[in-house]
Design a protein around this ligand. Sequence first.
Ligand code: HEM
Length: 509
Amino acid sequence: MMLVLTLAILTLVVEVSTQWLLRRRQRAADEAIGRSHGCLQAPRLANQRPFGVDRLEQIFRADAESRLMELFLFHFRQTGSTLEQKFLGTKAYGTIEPANLEAILNTRFKDFGIGLRRAITFPLVGDGIFTQEGADWKHSRDMLRPQLQHRQYEDLEVFQTAVDDLIQIVQESNGIIDLQPLFFRLTLDTSTAFLFGESVRSLITPEAVGESTFATAFNTAQQWVTKRFRLVDIYWLINGREFRQACQDVHRFVDQIIDRSLSSDRSKGDGSGRYVFLDTVAQSTPDRTALRGQIIILLTAGRDTTACLLSWTFFLLVRHPRVIEKLRTEISSTCGGNSNLNRDDLRRMSYLQNVLKETLRLYPSVPVNTRTAVRTTVLPTGGGPDRKSPVLIPKGSAVAFSVYSMHRRPDLYGMDAELFRPERWDEEMPLQHNLTNLKWGYLPFHGGPRSCLGMDFALTQAGYTVVRLLQSFGTIKLPQGENVELVGVEKQEMTLVVSIKEGCKVEIN
Ligand code: HEM
């Protein structure tokens, strides 16, 4: 007995000393890399309590008050565009510096991974482009890229039924309506129409009818995934029955569609001769689980992001009637009342494109993101007293970047950076005085090898929806009693995307 105990203690001592030695060696190697690059420490976000517990408290409090983005913006303004912080005892980094974003997303792409993303989202999405890395990710990207090219939706037909449904609902309303939940249904309908060749028609399916089960399960599962992201390392604590059931429901729904699509009687499109994403992708993904993963990821990637873009666009438009008027003028001079549009018509409307660009500047759908260093690496700038020296990022460290905060930097966008002013995109901005800032200072779709594959799809859908709504309704304005606050001060809801806490109410008829 005594011998066993002694052996156990010896093993423990050897293990702890080995770990300590390895860590010391790693630190020494890291410091050597730091010295060779001239790295200096980035300004540290001060902690008031041990282990940075206060940071977590601040985040939970700000989130409960629906002002998480305001907190992050405040941290960067208080400390600098690149900062170091302690998060539950672990060092982490934050940056809103275009040169550093270029390094993370592009030039040093291979030094950074997606961290715990796969583990956190696995029960819902399984494996697919968003959760893969290395060769698997590259394979998915090569396979999906051609399917998301604009020739697949050039004629806008895939968006039409959903927009018609939306217009009908608005027409049947009493003229005051919250557009945000409708935009979430609209983008679910167009995503399913595009991916599956048939829409779930969630806009016109009453909640009471069982067919909306998929939409409900999808929402529930996503809410659970968001909670898991919040807990970072201890995400596995969040795994309730409701979550597992919702994931099962989503899988069952997608499996049924895949079955139908792959059955011999529907193996060539949906019979209409129309392009169907699922049929094409299924040919290169014979494995059922892998196919399901890709499809669920595309549903997730495409739905909330575009719904948020549309919601914030109308939120801003009704608070800036002058912009609506200018848009109306552009629409009538480009296509009049003709609702039979194509993608080229939308691209010709430069003011419409500026409105969407400006909305995504102030409210990028993915406002914060993180990467984890898979090897010790260096960010080009942000350290030392002048904050211009390179910063060492040790292996395993998380680096958060917030394009929401970067897009509001006055030194990039001018002193009126907090204002919604689509015209700025036709003027000279400080951003343009430096090539790196110009290329990496505006990133709603990120950049580099992992940039969004659905950018054109999203902008086309959003542009089309805006034009059709403006063509169909002569009045779109802020209802009486609705708040008008400074941009960014309104309450926001943070999941993986940023939406409007109190919705997007408009008077429309
Ligand atoms: C306004 C709408 C949208 C915004 C702002 C947006 C933004 C983004 C961002 C920031 C990423 C990078 C995420 C990361 O690397 O961590 C991303 C990735 C992605 N997006 Fe989008 N997205 C939008 C709409 C769409 C749509 C409609 C689709 C598909 C129909 C789509 C498909 C994808 C895919 C497949 C990826 C993964 C790319 C990869 O990992 O290689 N997105 N999106």
